[in-house]
Design a protein around this ligand. Structure first.
Ligand code: PGA
Length: 251
């Protein structure tokens, strides 16, 4: 089965409106072929304006987070329904920075996925082990628990709508990427967990991205692994030329 690859840029809390508009124009002008899905995740405040100004078709927009609550007195939060109402199609859920800095638990992430799906947003569910777990060779145990507690309780139909990103915490923003062997091993493991819970067919359909210091000079070897379906790119997504260089590594 061939899965269409994705290159997704997670800007985190970077770029103002002017910089973001320049990025959008440059990336759109530089896209050479329709070789993959190109996604960008700006800060909430910028998404509506960027979507309004974008005249192309290839770049798709997502949010970096959504609330686990439906609506109500949650000052500062943004709901999945609000995102959907402005035309957002994707939402990152469970990024390690949300888990670490904002106390997001596996249970909360499950609720966020529920909200996203209910509002027809495609969740990109992030998981991955911290350095200590990798050091003790417990990375599979750790990721298995994240999958079980947030994801594997959903129906097969819901699961089919979800994209996963394997993001080892020790690789995020550190310049130290997982080797292609480490990424492939974990992606295959995650696929095997999905196959065991649902079916081999479903496991083969799900797209699993790699994230963590993915850049132009390592993207090609990471993306050529059998179970790696593209990347979630942080630092290297901020400069249009680097992001385009990564997109061009998709075979
Ligand atoms: P990085 O971040 O590419 O800067 O390591 C990836 C991410 O956090 O999604």
């Amino acid at each position: 089965m061939s899965r269409r690859k994705i290159v997704a840029g997670n800007w985190k809390m970077n770029l103002d409106l002017t910089e973001a508009a320049e990025w959008l124009a440059e990336v759109d002008a530089g896209l050479q072929s329709d070789n993959c899905d190109v996604l960008v995740f700006p800060s909430f405040i910028l998404i509506g304006d960027l979507m309004d100004m974008y005249e192309g078709e290839q770049i798709l927009f997502g949010a970096q987070n959504c609330s686990n609550k439906e609506s109500g007195a949650f000052t500062g939060e943004v709901s999945a329904a609000q995102l959907a109402s402005v035309g957002v199609e994707y939402v990152i859920i469970g990024h390690s920075e949300r888990r670490d800095h904002f106390g997001e638990t596996n249970q909360m992430l499950k609720e966020k996925i529920q909200r996203a799906l209910k509002n027809e947003l495609t969740p990109i569910f992030c998981c991955g082990e911290p350095f200590e777990m990798r050091n003790e060779n417990k990375q599979q145990e750790f990721v298995k628990q994240q999958l079980e507690e947030s994801l594997l309780g959903f129906s097969a139909a819901a699961m089919a709508e979800i994209i996963i990103a394997y993001e080892p915490v020790w690789a995020i923003g550190t310049g130290l990427n997982a080797t292609p062997e480490q990424a492939q091993e974990m992606h295959a493991f995650m696929r095997s967990q999905i196959a065991a819970k649902y079916s081999e067919d479903l496991a083969q359909q799900i797209r699993i991205l790699y994230g963590g210091s993915c850049k132009p000079d390592n993207a090609k070897e990471l993306f050529s692994c059998a179970d790696v379906d593209g990347g979630l790119i942080g630092g290297s997504s901020l400069m249009a030329k680097d992001f385009l260089a990564i997109i061009n590594k998709i075979g």
